[in-house]
Design a protein around this ligand. Structure first.
Ligand code: ADP
Ligand code: MG
Length: 581
């Protein structure tokens, strides 16, 4: 069970000074606590024998105040250090998981659910934090404070101690039972809370559709249902909690009753003094917490170990797509693309998405790829920046297999505008720069001009500093597409791929943008997927895909004259282009 925690070892070593100081403070507080009953004993004994002078009592009182102040200070110190340590573990673990998730390939994301990954990052990390913070404290207290208290009790009277300890197994067992129930209850509450948040988010995001279809009451009942589930789970959890403390005091009082009954007799028989008797009762009270801690900590460690097992499963996942040779190509890429016998299967698919594709795109050419929906255009494009993994040699750039090109260099050399436009809730400027360094204002102005965004952005109150998304402007589909094109153009990469990147822009704007791109990118390679005949016809070479196979290639006039697949596609699309006008 503990081997799951092995990957946390480095964090314990890193934080060792804080941990040692924190745990020493904890032990100091524990031992100071144990001395308070000793002082009580002394004062009570002095009082019963009639030897207590006001001066003596003041001295005892001052000692107790002194102990209390020292305890308060060191309790503050250990809480700060030990809980601080657990927060650091939490942070390091979260960053490590996120970094690892980023390195993992798309194929990992096909087989994992986002919700599960979110749960790793939230619930599981939390369980580990609990165990490394409070768990560590509870373990120390349970063992050290528990044994020491029992030691002090034995010192007073062995028989009385053994008898009074009779209910303690009940405390440990019952704590385990309740905390386990609380654990599952708590998970259920978190789970339903996530579902509730998600359904509210969905309902708000889809408010337009809800209104258009008059589905308000249906949406309302869906959210309400989730809310009811959430409350029910919370009440279940509350019931376990409500049971816990009354049961604990019951068990403690049971012990107390035994002590008063038997201990009282011992006092009368003068085996122990009145002061010892009172001190014994204090120790018995002190013992409740270590017993509860032992019950709690075993569960906490079990839960954390299950969480670590799930986290380790993600961390052990090996990124499929990485640099494969020790000295990958880091030089400048010119932009010739060669595809050799490329066949590609998506996992668990019987039919290949691409079959025996063979083509060469010369550096500086502009090519178009056409084909019906699902013919494999996007799949083909994604193999070039190794978003989808092919066999070594199937795809080459400047004659070098892409597997031998440094992955960072490869992806930086390709500007890829994907079908889906991913916009961050940030300013327009940050969405274009997208974390790149040293981008001058001139370049930004240029790419906004090329993407035909200048006029629109100037009309926004804050220009390029306007916020997008949740708290800002909602862009139209076409605006989003043009923005993502600006993002790709900014580094003027040797290869530019536009995968259906202008589908929501009107025909004349598309033509203007294309003109400007071709002008700006002379001598660089462009690969364009489009449905607009006016765009396609301008390519140097057009490749026609059908069901994953390359069925035709050539320039526009040749292909049109051949009167085959391309002519059919062209005529159909020309019709729709005319309808659009
Ligand atoms: P296009 O871009 O030409 O519309 P795609 O390259 O997106 O076509 O898809 C080609 C084929 O691969 C389609 O049959 C599609 O259903 C399939 N496909 C695409 N992505 C996946 C995936 N992640 N898993 C399984 N099949 C996929
Ligand atoms: Mg596509």
């Amino acid at each position: 069970m503990l081997k799951e925690f092995k990957s946390l070892k480095t964090y314990f070593i890193e934080n060792r000074i804080a941990l040692i100081l924190g745990l020493s403070s904890l032990l100091l507080v524990d031992f100071l606590q144990l001395f308070i009953p000793r002082i009580i004993k002394k004062s009570v004994d002095a009082l019963t024998v009639g030897q207590a002078s006001p001066g003596l009592l003041v001295r005892y009182a001052l000692i107790i105040v002194g102990i209390a102040i020292t305890m308060a200070i060191f309790r503050y110190i250990w809480r700060y250090l030990v809980f601080g340590h657990s927060r650091k573990v939490e942070e390091a673990l979260r960053n490590r998981i996120y970094k690892h998730l980023q390195a993992l390939s798309l194929s990992f994301y096909w087989k994992s659910k986002t919700g599960d990954l979110m749960a790793r990052a939230v619930n599981d990390i939390d369980a580990v934090r609990m165990a490394t913070g409070m768990g560590l404290v509870a373990l120390t207290d349970g063992v050290v404070l528990g044994l020491a208290t029992i030691g002090f009790m034995l010192y007073i009277d062995i028989k009385l101690t053994l008898i009074s300890l009779l209910p303690t197994p009940l405390i440990i067992y019952f704590t385990r039972f309740i905390t386990r129930r609380m654990g599952t209850g708590f998970n259920r509450v978190q789970q339903t809370f996530a579902e509730l948040t998600e359904s509210v988010r969905e309902a708000l995001a889809g408010i337009r559709v809800t209104k258009a279809y008059n589905r308000q009451s249906w949406e309302y009942s869906r959210v309400k249902e989730q809310g009811e589930k959430y409350i029910k789970n919370n009440l279940d959890l509350g019931r376990s909690l409500a049971l816990f403390f009354p049961m604990m005091t019951l068990f403690t009082n049971l012990g107390l009753a035994i002590v008063i009954w038997i201990g009282g007799r011992l006092t009368i028989l003068e085996n122990i003094t009145t002061g010892d008797f009172v001190a014994f009762i204090s120790y018995l009270n002190l013992l409740t917490w270590p017993m509860m801690a032992l019950g709690w900590v075993t569960n906490s460690i079990q839960r954390a170990s299950a969480s670590m097992r799930r986290i380790n499963r993600v961390l052990d996942e090996v990124p499929e797509i990485t640099n494969q040779i020790t000295n990958p190509f880091r030089g400048v890429i010119k932009g010739e693309i060669g595809v050799r016998n490329l066949t590609f299967y998506y996992p668990e698919q019987g039919n290949p998405a691409l079959k025996d594709i063979d083509l060469t795109i010369e550096a500086g050419h502009t090519v178009a790829i056409v084909g019906a929906v699902g013919s494999g255009k996007s799949t083909l494009l994604q193999t070039t920046p190794r978003l989808l993994e092919t066999e070594r040699g199937m795809v080459q750039i400047d004659g070098i297999p892409i597997h031998d090109i440094d992955l960072r260099n490869l992806r930086e050399s390709i500007g890829f505008v994907t079908q889906e436009t991913h916009i961050l809730s940030d300013t327009i400027l940050n969405n274009i720069i997208f974390g790149r360094q040293g981008i001058g204002n001139e370049i930004i102005k240029d790419v906004l001009e090329v993407s035909q965004l200048t006029c629109e952005i100037d009309s926004f109150p804050k220009g390029t500093h306007s916020l997008l998304g949740e708290k800002g402007i909602t862009l139209s589909g076409g605006q989003r597409q043009r923005l993502t094109i600006a993002r790709a153009l900014i580094s003027n990469p040797p290869i530019l791929i536009l995968d259906d990147a202008l589908s929501q822009v009107d025909t004349s704007t598309e033509a203007t943008i294309l003109n400007r791109i071709l002008e700006m990118r002379q001598g660089k390679t462009n690969i364009i997927v489009s449905h607009r005949p006016s765009t396609i016809s301008r390519a140097d070479i057009i490749y026609v895909l059908r069901a994953g196979r390359l069925v035709e290639r050539g320039d526009h006039t040749t292909l049109l004259a051949a009167r085959r697949e391309y002519t059919r596609l062209y005529e159909r699309q020309q019709l729709s282009e005319e309808l659009e006008r």
